[in-house]
Design a protein around this ligand. Structure first.
Ligand code: CA
Length: 436
């Protein structure tokens, strides 16, 4: 593992809330996001989450006389341009992590000058963390692929390509919004199996998909594939991602070219990007189950076998309008882990570029729905309700097959391991509004 002093679980911060056992943002995390103070009229700027606060990197850059090298690293961040920082080599990203870790630790002499650079997270609003030029969605959740396949092909759920080639499609970046996103129930064309002709109207099978977002760091040139050895150098970090899906529109439109309007009306991403550096203590070996084919050589490397997987626990929570009206907390629908994905981050980068396709910094790659092996670990309602046939019961007596107007879906994620400090991803929430 590539851990260093910034991962030391004993490290504490002079920002007291960062030392709480249950915070998502201890000093070992240091995720990046784009924010502005509420009702301030100021431009978007980049910050780092620490406990309940954000370190405003524009003020850090403007107010403190750093070395020339650190000033240069901070400049794009001070300008609110996370993409320009994401393009830097990982050695530069590590250098800034070291600096921030030293500056925020309990014994730092910089506490006095940095304190005015903090702003409470309750006093800010956030945007998508970077400029997302392109968005690709993969299908790495083998338990999701199997469960969904079973609904249509009980005897042969997985198509023959699944264990050989990472399946994906090109999505649409323009409709990706940040946590807190609200969107109208989409309308579209659907056809019930027993209907002769399709009908038009609001989707009746609106679903969420529990996914992780991978953000591309440095780009590759068109025509120059990224090999497994360099793949993770091109990844900046991970966030939570909800790929909202209209199942009835999807089932009518998806053949023969794949999802289209059933997926591109809204997708929600969490505001904080947890860097690949912060995730180092949570790596695990990549292993294929007994009897499964080994990856082709271009998707294989010793490093990937030793530590290709990342153990991120993921959760879906639901708060209905009735729960909100009654002041009831959200209810957890499921829990799963990124470790159960069939392909690793490095394999997705290598595969995406093997034909020469060029990735750009800020591009978002979705993992696909991450369901666990047990039925209750499903990352979508399609699976939890057996294709809408078995409603799930909520603690207040409400039932759901698919989402209703006023429902808020909240994704959460965190990494926990013995010998490491727990880090979290914050929240990715979105709310369904009545069709317009
Ligand atoms: Ca998806």
């Amino acid at each position: 593992m590539n851990t260093d002093v910034t991962h030391d679980p004993a490290l504490t911060s002079w920002v007291e809330s960062a030392n709480a056992a249950d915070t998502d943002f201890p000093i070992q995390n240091l995720p990046y996001g784009r924010f502005r103070r509420k009702a301030s009229g100021e431009g978007w700027r980049i910050g780092v989450a620490i406990g309940d606060e954000v370190l405003d990197l524009k003020r850090v850059h403007d107010d403190i006389p750093w070395s020339d090298a650190l000033q240069a690293l901070l400049r794009p961040l001070a300008d609110g341009d996370l993409n320009a920082f994401m393009e830097q080599p990982s050695s530069q990203r590590r250098a800034l992590r070291q600096m921030l870790s030293q500056a925020l630790r309990s014994d730092s002499p910089l506490q006095e000058v940095l304190s005015p650079c903090l702003v409470a997270q309750s006093d800010i609003e956030m945007s998508v963390p970077c400029r997302i030029g392109d968005y690709t969605d993969f299908y790495t959740g083998i338990h999701h692929a199997t469960a969904v396949g079973k609904l249509f092909r009980p005897d042969n759920p997985l198509l023959p390509n699944y264990k050989w080639v990472p399946i994906g499609y090109h999505g649409r970046a323009s409709s990706i919004g940040v946590s807190g996103q609200q969107f109208r129930r989409p309308q579209g064309q659907t056809k019930a199996p027993d209907a002769e002709v399709p009908s038009f109207g609001p989707t009746r099978r609106l679903d969420y998909e529990l996914e992780l977002a991978m953000f591309v760091a440095s780009p590759n040139k068109l025509g120059e594939p990224i090999g497994m050895a360099e793949a993770e150098e091109h990844v900046f970090g991970l966030g939570l991602f909800n790929d909202w899906s209209a199942r009835d529109i999807q089932s009518w439109e998806y053949q023969p070219l794949g999802p289209f309007l059933s997926k591109n009306f809204a997708s929600t991403v969490s505001p904080w990007i947890v860097t690949m550096e912060a995730l180092e203590p949570f790596r695990s070996p990549f292993q294929r189950p007994e009897g499964d084919p080994q990856p082709l050589p271009y998707l294989d490397s010793a490093t990937n076998r030793e530590q290709g997987e990342i153990d991120v626990t993921l959760e879906v929570w639901l708060q209905t309008q009735a729960m909100r009206d009654a002041g009831t907390s959200p209810h957890r629908l499921s829990q799963s882990s990124f470790r159960d994905a069939y392909w690793t981050v490095a394999q997705l980068i290598a595969h995406h570029t093997v034909n020469g396709c060029n990735l750009q910094s800020g591009d978002l790659l979705g993992s696909g729905t991450l369901s666990g092996p047990a039925p209750e670990q499903a990352g979508s309602l399609l699976e939890l309700t057996q294709g809408g046939k078995q409603a799930i019961a909520l603690p207040n007596g409400e039932k759901r097959t698919f989402l209703e107007d006023g429902d808020t879906v909240i994704l959460r994620g965190f990494c926990e391991r013995k010998g490491a400090r727990r880090i979290g991803f914050g929240e990715c929430s979105g709310t369904v509004l009545k069709a317009g």
